[in-house]
Design a protein around this ligand. Structure first.
Ligand code: 3PG
Length: 382
């Protein structure tokens, strides 16, 4: 079967190359799948849709709840653009705390001076107007310990910063990569207290709207820098503007320009550039296309935001001996609900993990053990 994949944004060719065989890609009608970057996807508009892959992390441009109801699997590409974002956090932070914008503008204004000597004199006379501050020794607060937050925290440590981080639902897999010098705080207020730099790396969901408002900013150090390469709406705009006007906040660095900040000299606004590097666009495209292909061709799910992860190896060396049906029959007849069933075979021996939501009586274990071909049964209770 040839799947039709609608490509809704420019997706790096390294990714699309993976879909050359067995797929039709382009601006297609009635697609079975959609590849997207930041265009809006209303999944209910596509009756044949099986999957949406977002070449990026945030999925607030995709109607995920509606997709789930219709059984449409939505993928994203966590980590693929983490380095691009983390590098930009520190480039713009350096740009801000060393007054690079104003310094460069000042030097450009010296173009009409009559000689290099004259320029040199003016530079030496006026450089103190552009004195900045260093990152080393300062306190960085990172909110959100996904792949990007972890990288930003680690880069902070490498810049000699004291890093405090907070995530309401930290993932063990991500925290595993966190530098041991990062202090994980148990709540947002603790993390932000006395912070000189605050960087948010959480998705925009109901619970993160206006996450950083007046009270939170009040906890940070006077003259703090606030950074937003996550999503518009996570900082409360009024609170940030008040902070900039009172001097509580020395800089607001944001990837989501708004009139009130564009016109404020203390704000540095970029045109949503966090993930815009050649490397990151390639990584995101390859990951999104691989995941899409894996799902359409084999049903495997890796990095879905609304479906559980599940991968089944393709090549089976032997047929199993109808064990799944026999075992589930015994458990089902005992009225025990099976939550999940994993079964693999290496050709010599099969192995199953059966997760139930109630205790499994001993006679049920005995009945399974008594089945022909069952070698051993072990109960793990926790
Ligand atoms: C993301 O969600 O991955 C980033 O915000 C980048 O988004 P973009 O692909 O629209 O630049």
């Amino acid at each position: 079967m040839t799947y039709k994949i609608k490509v809704m944004n420019k997706i790096a060719p390294e990714g699309l190359k993976l879909l050359e065989k067995g797929f039709e890609t382009g601006d297609l009608d009635n697609p079975q799948a959609i590849l997207v970057r930041s265009a809006k996807v209303q999944t209910s508009e596509y009756s044949e849709l099986l999957a949406v892959a977002r070449a990026g992390v945030g999925v607030n441009n995709v109607s995920v709840a509606e997709a789930t109801e219709k059984g449409v699997c939505v993928f994203n590409t966590p980590g693929a653009n983490a380095n691009a974002v983390a590098e930009l956090v520190f480039s713009t932070l350096g740009y801000g705390v060393r007054n690079i914008g104003a310094s460069v503008d000042y030097v450009k204004g010296l173009m009409d001076e009559e000689s290099d000597e004259a320029i040199s004199k003016l530079v030496e006379a006026n450089k103190s107007n552009f004195k900045g501050s260093e990152l080393a020794g300062k306190t960085l607060c990172v909110i959100g310990l996904g792949k990007i937050g972890v990288l930003v925290s680690n880069y902070g440590v490498h810049h000699g910063m004291k890093v405090k981080a907070f995530d309401p639902y930290p993932s063990v897999a991500n925290v595993h990569y966190l530098d041991s010098r990062v202090s994980i705080e148990s709540n947002l207020m603790e993390a932000i207290t006395d912070a000189e730099v605050v960087s948010v790396h959480v998705p925009l969901i109901e619970q993160t709207k206006n996450l950083i408002g007046e009270e939170e900013i009040a906890q940070a150090k006077t003259g703090c820098v606030l950074i937003n390469f996550a999503r518009d709406g996570i900082y409360n705009d009024d609170a940030v503007e008040n902070g900039l006007n009172s001097g509580k906040v020395s800089r607001f660095i944001s990837d989501f320009p708004k009139k009130r900040f564009i016109s404020n000299d203390r704000a540095i606004c970029l045109p949503h550039l966090g993930a815009s590097t050649a490397e990151s666009e390639e990584n995101c495209a390859v990951m999104a296309c691989e995941q899409m292909k894996n799902y359409l061709n084999l049903g495997n799910i890796v990095n879905s935001v609304n479906f559980p992860p599940l991968e089944v190896p393709v090549q089976r060396t032997t047929k199993n001996r109808n064990m799944i049906a026999q075992i589930t029959q015994v458990i089902g007849e005992a009225g025990v609900n099976i939550q999940s069933f994993g079964n693999e075979s290496n050709g010599t021996i099969g192995y199953n993990i059966i997760d139930t939501d109630a205790d499994v009586p001993q006679d049920v274990l005995d009945s399974i053990q008594a089945l022909e071909n069952v070698v051993r049964v072990r109960l793990i209770a926790f």
